[in-house]
Design a binder for this molecule. Structure first.
Ligand code: PLP
Length: 636
């Protein structure tokens, strides 16, 4: 589809273009007024609330953008859906074990998220997975004592002791052996504290899974016991007369696994280990398949950012694969544990930021009309521009590039002046624009035109930091759905890359997916003077808050928990103000009072030198103090 400022446009076109029907299914949509809405099922009705209205309400309450919204209803729904899907598969397959989920704390440790998971989890039997001492300290305080506690990660004696105390408090707490060194320590500490632990072993399966983490799956995964190490652990348990403690087999195939066939193969291999452990005399009873349930970030079905299955088929695959492997051996169906992280929380958070301005690579028509240049390359550019329709687009673009570069060479050599260079650059832009206008917005470019879209794209400057709020876009090229929250009755006729506020050329978003095609630019609307243009980045509740950093001292954004009400309104349940500049400076060891004192001395010196008067000194110090208390992001 070619999008120009005159294209007829409807919310339906936007739904299709931005793929919201796929990645936003049941949670986000675009209404007839062209506004993006969040939706929740309440009292058996689907309630929609417009995001522009929520953002307006938040601003009226005094919050500036950027802001991170957490949609409590979506978090609750995703936990409930996970359990319902497993329970359905279990009933359909006459599976005799049950499903026990745990949330891996590392995926989002924020208190409001963990509290909500524990609150809803209490009714579902959902527990927590802790991968470090700090996470266990947190889990022990927050998880109701009916909850399952899975301890992964390398464990020292303090970690083990706290887990043993958790066992004494009544938690069903599994110590999952990640490395050979842990077992002797666990045996020693459990004897010392007189607690019989529940033990799990994490095994390395050889199945390699596709997706972004393919290199660390299979034999090269960093965690878990190899088959020889597993045998040694079995022997150690037998010697210590603790084989009865071994009840769980753990296997994490990888995160964001796009292909269900890989999951099937990995689960089959895990079941073989499970059967062998039973044959060795371990009682077993639990099979923990870790994370890996993918989030459909793009709706494309195949790329690493999507998946070729849905939640129901995932649950069905796990349940049937386990029963098909174990039934012939007459092994009782184990309890199925999964540690879905991103699929549990990704939906529930979205970041909203405003666009502050744009750089555009537009053509100056007057300059294009100029002719009579004696330079042959400029003449050739002019002729390319005038007769483009009749020519091969890829070839024309390559020719235009070489003419433009030849003019640049002549400029460098002092043979052409600044005016000729301007005419040449402008003609090149005109040719490139003309070529681009021939290609539909959602089409991929032929090899000769690679780079064209990127070179011609506008740059929109967003009021946010990639490194603080969306670190995975920079670190692993993660694609998150991104679109304007309003104006979906107008054609998004500009092709745009997004730059953030940091002074870092990596602080950008230039990786999008439209209709299954990965591309560096996104169609957005032209900016309107004096009016806000707000973008939302969706499905970013997993890992982003935790991994975000303070590049350029942009801090945590405001974070607000939004609850949708059955009457179609919303309320803010929790409000966490973003970092102030003073707090940020404090993280990097500057004491705000010290800074004020240093500035006071400088200002006083300036008064003595008659560079400032006393009243200006006061104004400066007040302003400086106010900034220390203020938000680190751009203020209109
Ligand atoms: N469990 C373990 C042991 C992990 O290492 C991870 C993440 O890599 C997870 C669970 C969560 O995985 P995901 O976010 O793909 O569900």
């Amino acid at each position: 589809m070619k999008i120009t400022s005159n294209s007829p446009w409807s919310p339906e076109d936007s739904r299709r273009l931005y793929g919201i029907e796929h990645w936003g299914k049941d949670r986000f949509t675009i209404n007839a007024e062209g506004q993006v809405c969040v939706q929740a099922d309440l009292d058996n009705r689907s309630i929609q609330v417009s995001l522009p209205e929520i953002i307006a309400g938040i601003r009226e309450r005094g919050y500036d953008l950027p802001v991170l919204l957490r949609f409590t209803d979506l978090l609750d729904a995703s936990l409930k859906n996970l359990h319902q899907s497993f329970n359905r598969a279990i009933t359909e397959q006459n599976y005799t074990g049950s499903y026990r989920g745990v949330f891996p704390v590392k995926v989002n440790q924020q208190r409001q998220v963990i509290d909500e998971i524990c609150r809803i989890g209490a009714t579902l039997g959902h527990g927590l997975e802790a991968g470090s001492k700090a996470e266990l300290v947190l889990a022990l305080a927050c998880l109701p004592d009916s909850g399952l506690l899975i301890l992964n990660g390398y464990k020292d004696s303090e970690f083990i002791d706290l887990g043993l105390w958790a066992t004494r408090l009544g938690y069903q707490c599994f110590f999952v052996l990640e490395s050979p060194a842990e077992l002797p320590l666990l045996i020693e500490r459990s004897c010392a504290l007189g607690v019989r632990p529940l033990i799990g072993v994490r095994t390395k399966v050889s199945t390699k899974v596709g997706g972004l983490w393919t290199e660390t799956s299979g034999d090269r995964s960093s965690f878990g016991l190899s088959t020889p190490q597993l045998l040694t652990a079995l022997d150690q348990l037998k010697t210590a007369q603790m084989l009865d403690c071994l009840q769980l087999l753990h296997c994490h195939l990888g995160s964001q696994i796009p292909d269900l066939a890989d999951i099937h193969t990995g689960v089959t291999e895990t079941c073989r280990f499970y059967a062998e452990l039973i044959a060795e005399g371990a009682p077993m009873g639990y099979i923990d398949l870790g994370g890996g349930l993918a989030v459909d970030y793009t709706g494309s079905g195949s790329t690493p950012h999507s998946r070729n299955y849905n939640l129901d088929s995932y649950c069905h695959c796990l349940v049937t694969t386990i029963s098909e492997c174990l039934d012939p051996l007459k092994i009782a169906h184990p309890q199925i544990v999964t540690e879905s992280g991103r699929a549990t929380v990704a939906d529930s958070s979205a970041l909203f930021f405003n666009i502050l301005g744009a750089t555009q690579f537009d053509v100056d028509d007057e300059l294009t009309a100029l002719s009579g240049n004696s330079d042959p390359h400029i003449e050739q550019l002019k002729s390319l521009h005038d007769k483009l329709e009749q020519q091969d687009l890829g070839h024309s673009y390559q020719l235009a590039l070489s003419c433009r570069d030849a003019v640049r060479d002549s400029f460098r050599a002092g043979k052409l002046g600044i005016r000729q260079r301007a005419v040449s650059e402008n003609l090149f832009l005109a040719v490139a624009r003309k070529i681009l206008s021939e290609i539909p917005a959602d089409a991929s470019l032929p090899p000769q035109l690679v780079g064209l879209r990127r070179n011609m794209a506008d740059i929109y400057y967003g009021n946010f930091s990639v490194f603080q709020s969306l670190p995975d876009t920079w670190a692993i090229g993660q694609i998150f759905p991104l679109l304007p929250i309003d104006r979906h009755t107008e054609p998004p006729c500009r092709d745009v890359m997004i730059s953030d506020l940091t002074c870092d050329c990596d602080g950008k978003i230039d990786n999008f997916n439209l209709g299954g095609i990965q591309r560096p630019t996104l169609p957005l609307h032209p900016l309107e003077s004096g009016k806000d243009y707000i973008l939302g980045v969706f499905l970013m509740g997993a890992y982003q808050e935790t991994l975000g950093d303070l590049h350029n001292l942009f801090g945590d954004t405001h974070t607000l928990n939004v609850k949708i009400n059955a009457d179609g309104n919303f309320e803010l349940q929790q409000e966490i103000e973003g970092d102030s500049i003073g707090e940020l400076l404090n993280y990097v060891e500057y004491e705000p009072n010290d800074l004020c004192e240093k500035l006071r001395l400088k200002a006083e010196k300036a008064v003595r030198a008659e560079q400032l008067n006393a009243a200006d000194r006061r104004k400066l110090l007040e302003f400086y103090r106010k900034l220390l208390q203020g938000y680190s992001y751009f203020k209109d």
